[in-house]
Design a protein. Structure first.
Ligand code: NAD
Length: 298
């Protein structure tokens, strides 16, 4: 039975992953190269747990127990030395992830399973950087982790069957719904989602409809909680662009090539929520959704 977990990377996803493991009673070592990022993550976790207490889905005592389950480390070796499972959620960069996995393989206990939360990098390639490819697996949580029920579990080419079974049962312990898929570019979530987002951008680019029309049609017509252009802003246009390129090069089919409008927006630094403007404009403190002036017909 897995009890001791280490999470590498304390950013958006890392803090959410640490939160759900800690809330389910696991001991969590949260590791990041930046101490300030670790402090920020602990603060975010406490705030998100407070929200659950306010909603009545968690007691004060459960909140305290969850926080007590988490310790923070800026030294990777110290953070992973007793881990039975490591979930890597560091920056999406292949060179960095291969380096981290080499180090994890070298310093983690021999029986430890190494999982990655990557959105788009090949699990098989990450596994090949280690001497325990059978124990490497994709564990793709969705953002925001404490809220979203899905865990897309990705089998690398060499992942052992008993490792997949352990991760499936562990995901259920986290009160998540696991779905097992095989390792091909974009897995399933992004292979299906990103072409839809790209097609929405193409429709805008070709003047078929405006931003509000495209998003409203998909929200009201398909019961999507968020339109594809708003969702692209939320994910980050740079992230969407990079995943489309992974699909395009990995599957060799031009249908995945990013729309030139998306490429231009990324090059110009219009990245969505994180940069303050994408298809919509984001004003701090305001919840109103305003179409970016660049797309308003004059
Ligand atoms: P982020 O930029 O918010 O956080 C990344 C963290 O990794 C940072 O705190 C950084 O300091 C840390 N880091 C970098 N190098 C490190 C190292 N060598 N050791 C330890 N920590 C290190 O990124 P994120 O959005 O949380 O994404 C993390 C992973 O999750 C990526 O692989 C991404 O593709 C995947 N993912 C992201 C989302 C999302 O919506 N943000 C959704 C699903 C999956």
């Amino acid at each position: 039975m897995i009890q001791k977990v280490a999470v590498i990377g304390a950013g958006t996803m890392g803090n959410g992953i640490a939160h759900v493991f800690a809330q389910s009673g696991f001991t969590v070592n949260l590791v990041d190269i930046y101490t300030a990022q670790l402090e920020k993550a602990l603060h975010a976790i406490a705030k998100n747990l407070d929200r659950q207490v306010a909603k009545g889905t968690l007691t004060e005592a459960q909140k305290k127990a969850s926080l007590d389950n988490i310790s923070i480390h800026s030294d990777i070796a110290a953070g992973i030395k007793e881990a039975e499972l490591i979930v890597e959620a560091a920056t999406e960069n292949e060179v960095l992830k291969l380096k981290i996995f080499r180090e994890l393989d070298e310093k983690a206990p021999e029986h430890c399973i190494l999982a990655t939360n990557t959105s788009s990098i090949s699990i098989t390639k990450i596994a090949a950087a280690t001497n325990r490819a059978g124990k490497v697996i994709g564990m793709h949580f969705m953002n925001p982790v404490p809220v979203m029920k899905l865990v897309e579990i990705i089998n690398g080419y060499a992942t052992e069957k008993n490792v997949t079974e352990k991760i499936v049962s562990l995901s259920k312990q986290l009160n998540k719904v696991p779905c097992v898929v095989n390792d091909y570019p974009g897995f399933i979530a992004n292979r299906v989602l990103m072409p839809m987002i790209n097609e929405a951008i193409y429709s805008l680019h070709e003047g078929v409809a405006g931003i509000e029309e495209i998003d409203t049609i998909m929200k009201l017509g398909m019961a999507h909680p968020m339109g594809p252009l708003q969702l692209a802003d939320f994910i980050g246009l740079d992230v969407c662009h990079s995943i489309l390129n992974v699909l395009y090069t990995g599957l060799g089919n031009p249908k995945y090539a990013p729309c030139p409008l998306l490429s231009n927006m990324v090059t110009a630094g219009y990245l969505g929520v994180k940069s303050g403007e994408g298809f919509y404009k984001y004003v701090s403190g305001s919840k109103e959704l305003m179409v970016s002036e660049r797309f308003v017909k004059k």
